[in-house]
Design a protein around this ligand. Structure first.
Ligand SMILES: [Zn+2]
Length: 502
């Protein structure tokens, strides 16, 4: 039980907010599934023989199915009107956005700048990138006006009904961005990040929950660098991957290098050999164990896949890091060299989560629907012991204070600060028994249950009772205690006692 004197309720909010930052800081660097690859993700052939890189000693074994939990936790739904395109409810959108916010916060550490790019491009772009030839079956074709954007120009009429394609990946668009300005060797590496929605026309029989979808989002990133920068960039990407996976305490994963396909590839054998040599060196330098998946590379370059083993022992491709000498050639990208000449940049495709939808499915099952506080869509609920008006009013005051939304009468509402995090705190002041309300709150997976009763009104200063519940682990549950040891204001004026649920 946590007893909090009323004058310090606002401090609780500060603690809660700080905890989120703490949750990010304390956990370390990690990786995911990259869909830049034009090849479909495949289980690695010799992956099962690898010794895994452990991020946890023994992953939990919940008999969880993210599709069932997605419904019971009001995370997402689907519709016959858009098969394979999940519709996120507010709870699911909250988790989705927390994941995006987490990565955005890390981008500054790794030198990525976010960009915003179109959803559709003309067929001619996909022909130039090679996707139309190699990937057309999985792309949505769109008919649109091919106008050049000028009014009253008869030439535009000839371009009506031109063929477009919905983008299945961001790489060509990022090549356009790189090529839009004159580049110097001093500018490199240039790192773009993009959360655009992507579309792939999966066959209907393959669609499943959040794991096989037609519309999804990637934490997509592209690095344009010099040859001499490849090793450092790949190594930093592997560190980034390790940090994220450790943060979420996901199960063990393995690194697999996929090499040149026997046929159906672009570029020369020599180019492939050089690219593969760079990736081998980066893998060796990483200090992690890795293996080779011969012939499983994307058509435009070799890649490193991260294969995650979930709590049920199933393997998922999450992150991918891919070297690409081909797209910069196709888009004729170049930068000025120190010797007053020009050279072609190397392109590295990378994603940390991979598909955000698929990553969410893994998290839902990994946490069995009970998320850690800092990404939980149901972090806290206020329950009233009675439906007395004064108790209900106090419950509302506590709710607003904890959620960071409280303002006082006659106080002009100011714009919310960008660095202020709003916590969705729910409230139940119905006349039902407290026992029923607590049981329901537990079943819904609330991390914290705050109970407000008449006695809280009688004590000066007033108190509330917080039950810590449904934390992913003891560390999460104890963050209120450890907060004082991490540069966050201590709570010297009241006692913190936490009752841990087993
Ligand atoms: Zn890419």
């Amino acid at each position: 039980m946590l007893t909090i004197q009323r004058p310090f309720i606002r401090r609780i909010q500060h603690v809660a907010l700080s905890l989120q930052a703490l949750g990010c800081k304390k956990r370390s660097w990690a990786l995911t599934n990259h869909y830049c690859s034009c090849t479909k993700s495949q289980p690695s052939r010799n992956a099962s023989t690898l010794k895994l890189n452990p991020t946890t000693e023994s992953p939990p074994k919940p008999p969880a199915d993210h599709r069932e939990l997605g419904i019971s936790s009001s995370l997402f739904t689907s519709s016959i009107y858009s098969p394979g395109s999940p519709l996120f409810l507010p709870n699911g959108a909250y988790v989705f956005n927390r994941l995006v916010s987490f990565l955005r916060a890390q981008y500054a550490l790794f030198g990525f700048r976010e960009v915003v790019t179109p959803t559709i491009y003309k067929k001619s772009l996909w022909e130039r990138s090679g996707h139309w030839e190699n990937y057309a079956d999985d792309m949505y074709e769109v008919t649109g006006r091919g106008a050049r954007g000028t009014k009253n120009n008869t030439a535009t009429e000839q371009d009506q009904d031109e063929e477009f394609g919905l983008k299945p990946m961001n790489c060509p668009g990022h090549c356009l961005l790189f090529g839009s300005e004159k580049r110097s060797y001093r500018d490199l590496p240039i790192r773009y990040a993009d959360f655009s929605p992507l579309h792939r026309n999966e066959i209907s029989g393959a669609l499943s929950g959040l794991t096989r979808v037609r519309r999804f989002h990637q934490d997509d990133g592209h690095i344009f660098c010099r040859n001499s920068q490849i090793l450092e960039e790949i190594s930093n990407t592997l560190r980034f991957i390790g940090m994220v996976y450790d943060t979420f305490k996901l199960g063990p994963y393995k690194l697999v290098l996929s090499t040149r396909p026997e046929d159906h590839y672009i570029g020369t054998v020599n180019e492939w050999d050089k690219a593969e040599a760079q990736l081998r060196e980066a893998l060796d330098a990483s200090g992690r164990e890795w293996s080779i998946n011969d012939g499983d590379g994307a058509f435009y370059g070799p890649k490193i896949d991260i294969i995650l083993k979930d709590s049920d022992g199933k393997e998922h491709q999450t992150a991918t890091v891919q070297l690409d000498f081909q797209l910069p050639q196709r888009f004729e990208l170049s930068y000025d060299t120190p010797e007053s000449g020009t050279d072609r940049p190397v392109l590295i495709h990378r994603a940390i989560f991979g598909s955000l939808e698929r990553f969410m499915a893994l998290l839902i099952e990994h946490y069995n629907g009970r998320f850690p506080f800092w990404i939980a869509p149901r972090p806290c609920i206020i329950l009233s012991v009675t439906d007395r008006d004064d108790v209900k009013q106090y419950a509302k005051d506590v709710q607003q204070t904890l959620s960071g939304l409280r303002h006082y009468e006659n106080e002009q509402i100011q714009p919310a600060r960008l660095d202020k995090v709003h916590i969705p705190v729910d409230i139940d002041t119905s006349a039902r028994s407290l026992q029923k309300k607590i049981l329901e709150a537990k079943n819904k997976g609330y991390n914290h249950i705050v109970v407000i009763g008449p006695r809280d009104l009688d004590i000066s200063p007033r108190t509330v009772t917080v039950e810590v519940h449904a934390q992913a682990d003891a560390e999460d549950a104890c963050k209120l205690q450890i907060a004082g040891h991490s540069g966050i204001p201590r709570f010297e004026n009241y006692t913190v006692n936490i009752l841990l649920e087993s």
